[in-house]
Design a protein around this ligand. Structure first.
Ligand SMILES: [Zn+2]
Length: 123
């Protein structure tokens, strides 16, 4: 009887450890949820890319192009035909409020959210 009790406790402990691990893994995966890379040209919102979904987006304006890549919950400019390439060298941004600016193209990529900008997203 005592051995059975010990076994039951061990199984419950193991199950809760696994449940905790699964929960924290899920939470890690959801870190980027609700965050968006908002792409502005001249202050006009061109698009809003959820950081939770990888994408590779070519933004072309009259001034040139910027290839915006979302991967692993962060956004970066992978390629651009601007002169300075400051935007490309800015690296990956993933925190709310961070931004990448491409002055020659008057393009700003800003990380927004934490709150859901769209009604379709439910928690
Ligand atoms: Zn640039």
């Amino acid at each position: 009887m005592k051995r059975l009790d010990a076994l039951v406790i061990a199984v419950i402990l193991a199950a809760s450890v696994i449940a905790m691990a699964l929960l924290s893994a899920t939470r890690d995966g959801a870190d980027a949820d609700g965050l968006y890379a908002e792409v502005f040209e001249d202050g006009v919102l061109l698009r809003s890319l959820p950081l939770s979904e990888d994408c590779d987006d070519l933004v072309t304006t009259q001034r040139g192009f910027n290839r915006i890549v979302v991967a692993d919950g962060g956004v970066c400019v992978a390629e651009a035909d601007c002169g300075s390439k400051t935007c490309v060298h800015s690296g990956t941004k993933r925190l709310p409020g961070e931004m990448i600016a491409c002055l020659p193209h008057r393009l700003v990529i800003k990380i927004a959210g934490g709150e859901a900008p769209y009604d379709a997203i439910a928690y």
